[in-house]
Design a protein around this ligand. Structure first.
Ligand SMILES: Cc1cc2nc3c(=O)[nH]c(=O)nc-3n(C[C@H](O)[C@H](O)[C@H](O)COP(=O)(O)O)c2cc1C
Ligand code: SF4
Ligand code: FES
Length: 664
């Protein structure tokens, strides 16, 4: 042990929580309370200990879940256990919004104040909470929630020190904090309730009002998990997805392909999954062989659904051809683009499909290990997946000789994110799993050559993976006949904001935006559409006169907008779009990882400029500010390492050019 630790000591509860997550210490130098006889005679374990760095985030999460924050003593213990210098680990602990290095009460309500929830009264909810409870907890170290007048910390979150200098927190009341999109836009205004303890509680709550929120903070209300019944056989109404009879749109198709099990098959039972056509695709993949599987994906023209639209077959083939081993497959379930919740519906409603598709990918490309990187704000999704993985292992569908196929060993591990949008970027996922700050890597080298732990890695979005099953079962050529020549297949869209029936809808590519909104019951609120945000915060606004826009890659590209992650947030004519734009720019400012200058500085300057325009205090004229915004946008687009900086100006640009929101 050659790192300099702090003096602070972990409590027994903190030690137990960390040990339960990463295993017990092997010697006194990595945290055991007493020396053992072996370490008196031999030096051992240094190399293997350093190889455990990838457990840093899970260990920090264990502390957060046990006591509600990461104390100096708990933090010190994690550094000792994993031989990570405290200064290095501090960079990780302070990177993630769901981890707190400041004292906090055990109960915290994360209230979404992002775009779709704003359209459904989130701002009023936050104002009511400020008035009745006190201001929200700050994000990170010393950062506020953007409200100049809010107190730095809720009065109920006050902590004091006892005679021994230990921090004592008043736990009689909970605290609240604002949050970017929680992936619950269909039940807006939404919140995530987290209660730390020996058995931590994490619940997604929807249609939240101040009275219910106050009840939760006071410990007097039960946090219902609004999602728990999504996908359960008896409760299909919890999501609108099953109402997506897209034959009414095109007349060419009757049944959903990706949502077919949602609400009809029990997501907690592998038997139910197998009673349908579950695991038939894997059996067929074995018959086709790796090249045959990839040929079907190419014939289906399957493009990634995570935003970049890269051909999935080419990606799998590139990994298959690498000689370096081991190879990995990662399911990207980070889904943090504001307005996006389609992957959540699949994760909670059809977890076995994701596991089966990952297994097919592993078979085709020669991967031996899979990871599902799921955002920390999806507790039910993580529980359902964990349950599904355990059942698959018991049934011989994960582990050694999967489905009795000699020589094909494959298993999956879940890694939970901790509140960082950037960790959805594929190389940031690698950094996060490896126990570092989630900062994207430069490309090349590309993940297919040099990915997780420096090895060939497939990264695929949840929806992309679920597409694999009907393609293998029905054939790639048949799948390619759905949609258009350049945009094949069906696509999941997340409808929220002012539509009558928010939810996830599956439609063939080529369906028009107007048809999609009609499918969701039409425009709600005032009934008059002001605009819709297509593709998420990194997307663009479309006007009411553009409802004939066909939802394909080629049509959206020609119109200067994007499909992105399938977001459609509708805004009626009562919504203050300046406020929405300010929230979007705040989002990028908060979520920039800060690694490269154009994005780190540009996202702040962009928000400041927009703020000056909205508060009628432009430097020079509004025209000057718009010119400045254009320059900042160009610098971010051209000079940023990753897609976050490259798209941070997209929504603002479309508001200026397509909505004429800021007439000069
Ligand atoms: C800032 C940022 C966030 C991203 N977030 C996600 C995400 O949450 N889920 C996702 O699948 N892809 C996300 N992506 C895209 C991934 O980098 C990657 O392209 C995708 O996971 C590849 O899977 P696919 O080929 O199946 O689309 C993000 C990209 C950027 C730049
Ligand atoms: S563009 Fe922004 S988010 Fe991406 S690496 Fe650079 S600073 Fe980080
Ligand atoms: S959950 Fe609030 S905007 Fe998505």
């Amino acid at each position: 042990m050659d790192i300099k630790l702090l003096d602070a000591e972990a409590t027994p509860a903190e030690r137990a929580a960390v040990d339960a997550r990463i295993g017990a210490p092997m010697a006194s130098w990595d945290g055991a309370l007493a020396r053992n006889s072996r370490e008196l005679h031999v030096a051992f374990g240094g190399k293997s200990q350093r190889d455990r760095r990838h457990l840093l985030l899970p260990a920090l999460q264990a502390l957060q879940e046990r006591v509600g924050w990461i104390s100096e003593g708990g933090f010190n213990y994690v550094c000792e256990r994993l031989t990570v210098p405290p200064a290095d680990a501090w960079g990780v602990a302070t990177f993630y919004m769901m981890l707190s290095t400041q004292p906090r009460p055990r109960r915290v309500l994360h209230v979404c104040d992002d775009i779709a929830c704003r359209a459904k009264g989130a701002k009023r909810l936050c104002d009511d909470l400020r008035a009745q409870h006190g201001g929200p907890l700050p994000h990170g170290i010393g950062k506020g929630d953007g409200h100049a007048n809010a107190p730095a910390m809720s009065p109920h979150a006050m902590a004091r020190k006892d005679a021994q200098g230990r921090i004592i927190i008043d736990d009689s009341h909970g605290a609240w904090t604002t949050s970017p999109c929680l992936g619950l836009c269909d039940v807006a205004p939404a919140a995530l309730y987290i209660e730390a303890g020996a058995t931590p509680i994490e619940r997604s709550v929807g249609s939240v009002d101040a009275e219910f929120a106050m009840g939760l903070l006071g410990g007097g209300a039960e946090p219902d998990d609004v999602l728990v019944n999504v996908g359960a056989p008896m409760e299909p109404q919890a999501t609108r997805s099953t109402q997506a009879k897209f034959d009414t749109v095109t007349g060419c198709l009757g049944e959903p392909r990706l949502l077919k099990r949602i609400g009809t098959v029990d997501p907690t039972s592998i038997t139910d999954y197998q009673m349908g056509d579950g695991y038939e695709a894997l059996a067929k993949a074995f018959e086709l062989g790796p090249e045959g599987v990839i040929a079907e994906l190419n014939a289906a023209k399957l493009l990634g659904r995570g935003g970049a639209a890269f051909p999935t077959g080419r990606k799998w083939d590139a990994v298959r051809q690498q000689e370096s081993t081991p190879k990995y497959i990662i399911c990207n379930a980070d889904e943090s683009e504001p307005g996006t919740f389609k992957d959540r519906v699949l994760l909670t409603g059809d977890p076995f499909a994701i596991i089966e598709a990952m297994t097919i990918g592993a078979f085709a490309a020669g991967c031996t290990r899979g990871y599902v990187y799921i955002r920390g704000e999806y507790p039910l999704g993580a529980r359902r997946l964990q349950g599904a993985i355990e059942q698959a292992r018991k049934t011989g569908l994960l582990g050694k000789s999967v489905m009795k196929r000699a020589g094909f060993d494959f298993d999956i591990e879940i890694r939970r994110g901790a509140g960082a949008y950037i960790c959805g970027e594929e190389t940031a996922i690698f950094e996060s799993i490896e126990g570092r700050r989630g900062e994207p890597r430069n490309k090349p080298p590309f993940p297919v050559q040099h990915g997780l732990f420096g090895k060939p890695t497939i990264v695929n979005n949840v929806e992309t993976l679920v597409n694999v099953l009907p393609i293998i079962l029905g054939g790639g050529a048949a799948a390619a006949r759905i949609g258009t020549a350049q945009s094949a297949g069906t696509r999941l869209f997340c409808l929220s904001g002012h539509v009558a029936r928010p939810g996830v809808y599956e439609v063939p590519m080529g369906t028009t935006l107007g048809q999609l909104i009609e499918l969701a019951g039409g425009v709600a609120g005032s009934g008059k559409l002001q605009c819709a945000l297509l593709g998420g915060a990194a997307g663009a606004f479309v006007r009411p006169d553009e409802m004939d826009l066909k939802l394909t890659h080629e049509d959206t590209r020609a119109a200067g907008v994007t499909l992105g992650s399938g977001v459609v947030v509708a805004f009626d004519d009562t919504v203050d779009m300046h406020d929405v734009l300010l929230r979007i720019t705040q989002f990028f400012r908060d979520e920039s990882c800060g690694q490269c200058v154009p994005c780190r500085v540009g996202t702040v300057r962009q928000q400041e400029s927009l703020h000056r325009i909205v508060t009628k205090q432009p430097i020079g004229s509004v025209k000057d500010e718009l010119a400045l915004l254009g320059e900042i946008g160009a610098a971010m687009k051209d000079g940023s390492i990753c897609g976050l900086g490259q798209t941070a100006y997209a929504a603002v640009e479309s508001a200026i050019k397509r909505l004429n929101l800021y007439p000069a």
